[in-house]
Design a protein around this ligand. Structure first.
Ligand code: KIV
Length: 262
């Protein structure tokens, strides 16, 4: 899979699946899965480091996670997030940030928003760096929204999302993530673009879907956004395993003779 294959998938009407990943162990598992691509999301700041937003993700952190994921990801296409403000501090800073994750092995970058950094997106594309856009709920703007809220519910904001999606396509983005917008709006955007849309909380009318891996695996029983279907009760499964280990240690059955060196 490459950025070009995203276009082809849309032409052929094939749905694209993506998941986030932040570490080598899970990347190795994903390398053997059928998902189309991996995102090293700046959600690493929340999922792996316990921050309450993605704003804490620095470029050093993104590089570290990208290096680890790429080491395990085999031939999977890896997209890495451009973290908070890196597209807004001028061209040099944006190119430096993109260079950090691309030299770490990513095959593309994801950039939130478009207004005010059109030049950066265009320069990245012209520099041979595939760019994935991200519209709707842009988590790096959580403070402007006053929380993680569905976007595009009103006519004006819906039109703005359509306009920005078209702008991203014109600037050369190869795909766009649509996060937390009404399903009918996401379907409209999807129908109006040649590049694929990848939805999260944006209904089934997108060209593909992405979920945070830990949400998909049900690792956090306290976090239940309605769009994040857990495909496993990961938290309970892991707790059960740790419980069995604890019992085996305490009743003396672990380690057995076969698990010991003579
Ligand atoms: O950082 C992230 O995990 C993301 C996805 C929600 C698309 O941007």
């Amino acid at each position: 899979m490459s950025a070009n294959d995203f276009f082809q998938a849309k032409v052929e009407g094939k749905r694209l699946s993506m998941v986030t990943c932040y570490d080598y162990t899970f990347a190795r598992l994903l390398a053997n899965s059928s998902v189309d691509a991996i995102l090293v999301g700046d959600s690493a700041a929340m999922v792996m480091h316990g921050h309450d937003s993605t704003i804490a993700a620095s470029i050093d952190l993104m590089r570290l996670h990208t290096v680890a994921v790429v080491r395990g990801a085999g031939s999977k296409f890896v997209v890495a997030d451009m973290p908070f403000l890196t597209a807004r501090r001028g061209m040099g800073a944006a190119l430096d940030a993109a260079a950090e994750v691309m030299t770490a092995g990513a095959g593309a970058v994801k950039v939130e928003g478009v207004d005010g950094h059109e030049d950066v997106i265009q320069r990245l594309v012209q520099s041979g760096i595939p760019v994935m856009g991200h519209l709707g709920l842009q988590p790096q703007s959580v403070n402007a929204y006053g929380g993680f809220r569905v976007q595009g519910r009103h006519d004006d904001s819906a039109r703005e999302i359509v306009r920005r999606a078209t702008a991203l396509q014109s600037l050369g983005a190869f795909a766009v993530v649509l996060e937390c917008i009404p399903a009918c709006l996401a379907a409209e955007v999807t129908g109006s673009l040649r590049i694929p849309t990848i939805g999260i909380g944006a209904g089934s009318g997108c060209d593909g879907q992405i979920l945070v891996l830990q949400d998909l695996l049900g690792m956090n029983p306290d976090f239940h956004p309605k769009f994040a279907r857990p495909f496993l009760d990961g938290a309970q499964t892991i707790l059960d395993a740790i419980g069995r280990f604890d019992v085996a240690v305490k009743d003396g059955s672990f380690p057995s003779a076969a698990e010991s060196y003579s």
